[in-house]
Design a protein around this ligand. Structure first.
Ligand SMILES: N[C@H](CCC[C@H](N)C(=O)O)C(=O)O
Length: 276
């Protein structure tokens, strides 16, 4: 079956966006991982599926598959691309778009300078709900990696994240520690692993080794999790500029019980067709 797709990215975190509102197509883990291959397929970090909503109060359903074929709860950079896609394709004319995800509703707004503002929801810190193996909630937890015990923060943005503070992201052990921590037994559903360098209370640099995709140029939920971790550690303010290898996001968080607000760009690279 030949289907239309759109190739997009959020700060270099790249996506194949598939509209199943206007074309009837079903995907599964095997199809996703075949198409994700950068030699034998299109190549992407995640596939984003645009579906009609199951809840009549929402505008769309948004499904996310990592390159390894795993379906996941949330993707922040993908949410910005989702908003641009449905507006550019005239699937909606709404200013603010209500979208169903596995983690619950998210709300997307495209502002006057074409940046996309995403209400990323309230972070979850209760270990069992992240999920993370710990008997009580804390700002950091000891975890063993590469023969060392380090302090990691654990946060869910709907998807699980571990966040480490490093002196400099340029020398962070992303390649060595990323896979080990992604699959660490203390993260029973695996995790996205952030390596955060604190420049000031209002500015950080961040690299993320993503669950199911490896290191990406940017990670929206990872940027949110890093800000939460930094606030829990008393290192960051309410408004933080997050510098990722692919570019910069603005993350705002008023504190416990409040949602994080992410602002950043979304880019369409090309339109294509592919046999599924
Ligand atoms: N790898 C993530 C999903 C994509 C998140 C990332 N691309 C973002 O922008 O938030 C996970 O397995 O939870």
């Amino acid at each position: 079956m030949l289907v239309r797709f759109t190739k997009m990215h959020g700060l270099g975190n790249d996506f194949l966006v598939l509209d199943t509102v206007t074309q009837k197509v079903k995907v599964n883990s095997a199809i996703v991982s075949r198409l994700a291959d950068r030699n034998f397929g299109v190549g992407f970090d995640q596939m984003l599926i645009v579906e009609p909503p199951t809840n009549p109060d929402m505008d769309f359903r948004y499904r996310i598959f990592n390159a390894d074929g795993s379906e996941v709860e949330h993707c922040g950079n993908g949410a910005r691309c989702f908003a641009k896609f449905v507006r550019d394709k005239r699937l909606t004319a709404k200013e603010t778009i209500a979208v169903e995800t596995q983690k619950g509703p998210i709300y997307l707004t495209i502002n006057e300078d074409r940046q996309v503002i995403v209400d990323m929801g309230v972070p979850v810190l209760e270990p069992q709900q992240i999920p993370f193996s710990a008997d009580h909630q804390a700002a950091t937890y000891p975890i063993d990696v590469a023969g060392q015990t380090v302090q990691i923060s654990a946060v869910s943005m709907g998807n699980p994240h571990g966040v480490l503070v490093v002196d400099t992201v340029d020398k962070a052990p992303v390649e060595a520690w990323g896979p080990a921590l992604e699959s660490h037994p203390k993260f029973p559903a695996k995790a996205n692993i952030g390596f955060m360098e604190v420049i000031s209370g209002a500015e950080i640099r961040l690299r993320v080794y993503e669950r199911g995709a490896g290191e990406t140029k940017a990670c929206g939920t990872g940027a949110c999790a890093a800000v939460v971790a930094g606030r829990l550690r008393g290192l960051l303010d309410e408004k933080v500029t997050v510098h990722l290898p692919g570019g910069t996001l603005l993350i705002e968080w008023a504190g416990a019980g409040e949602p994080l607000i992410m602002t950043g760009p979304a880019t369409t690279v090309y339109e294509g067709q592919i046999f599924i």
